[in-house]
Design a protein around this ligand. Structure first.
Ligand code: SAM
Length: 261
């Protein structure tokens, strides 16, 4: 997967410095934008994947569309929670203020932001993401996105991001380090209506969740391990679930492993 970093047209010194800095961190080539259009850059450098640093943050071009940070459903879900409505993920986690959540599959951090809102200022959410490009875009968004109410923005700012493979990360954690360990792996069969996920699919680690990682998660979690999957997914059968939850008409379900003792 060849990627190059560049900037928007007529970049400020700050944007150029950010592009060069990200190129160094991600160890991918930085190219000066000059007056080239995006199609020209793709042609010159023989790649569809450009990480473009713009005034509004990093954007990755993919054959499935542009990948950039946005709140996706996080804002609506948080507003629903404020209005006393049920959030299936928070319910599956049995998440309460003050709890800690390890989100092993951070992606765009929609779930992590909702978890951070529910866990509150006394809680803690850490997100692990194996794709360096997704991680860079999401980290920037969590630290800089400002177009929402302040309680939502504070929920973003509290999420910590680590670029890592979740199995390696879990292996290095001590027993009972987090209340909840959460997995939302790439679905084996993509849900067509989920167009937000389309550009992410080109950048994501799409390996299936393995029982070995879930066993490690059960060691690391004090209360619950929660796995999000498509409704009726055969993947659920791989794990020792104690419950399965989700909306009656929802395309998504949550497998729960309650940690006893
Ligand atoms: C379906 S997306 C998660 C979406 C996320 N829950 C959200 O609300 O935005 C799955 C993400 O997990 C990441 N991932 C898959 N396997 C991983 C692994 N072994 N370690 C860390 N991240 C992984 C993928 O790169 C992808 O970004």
């Amino acid at each position: 997967m060849k990627v190059i970093v560049t900037t928007a047209l007529r970049p400020s010194a700050k944007i150029m410095a950010m592009a060069q800095n990200l190129a160094a961190i991600l160890q991918i080539p930085y190219v000066v934008r000059e007056n080239h259009s995006i199609p020209m850059l793709k042609e010159i450098y023989k790649t569809d994947l450009l990480l473009i640093i713009t005034q509004r943050g990093p954007v990755v071009t993919t054959p499935g569309g542009n990948f950039f940070f946005h709140l996706s459903m996080a804002q609506l879900r948080i507003k629903n929670i404020i209005n006393g409505k049920h959030d299936h993920m928070a319910a599956a986690m049995d998440l309460k203020p003050g709890m800690s959540v390890l989100d092993c599959t951070l992606g765009l951090a929609t779930d992590a932001i909702v978890a951070s809102f529910v866990a509150g200022t006394t809680g803690y959410v850490k997100g692990i993401e194996n794709s360096p490009l997704i991680s860079a875009v999401t980290r920037y968004g969590l630290q800089n996105f400002a177009d929402a109410d302040s309680d939502i923005i504070q929920s973003l700012r509290r999420v910590e991001v680590e670029t890592a493979d979740y199995l390696k990360y879990l292996n290095n954690l001590s027993t009972d380090s987090f209340d909840i360990v959460y997995f939302d792996p790439m679905f084996r069969r993509p849900i067509q209506s989920s167009s937000n996920v389309k550009p992410l699919r080109y950048l994501a680690d799409d390996r299936p969740l393995l029982p070995e990682a879930v066993a490690e998660a059960c060691r690391v979690a004090k209360r619950r391990v929660v796995i999000k999957e498509a409704h009726n997914s055969a993947e659920f059968r791989k794990f020792p679930l104690t419950a399965l939850q989700g909306g009656k008409y929802s395309s998504i379900h949550y497998g729960i492993i309650e940690i006893s003792g």
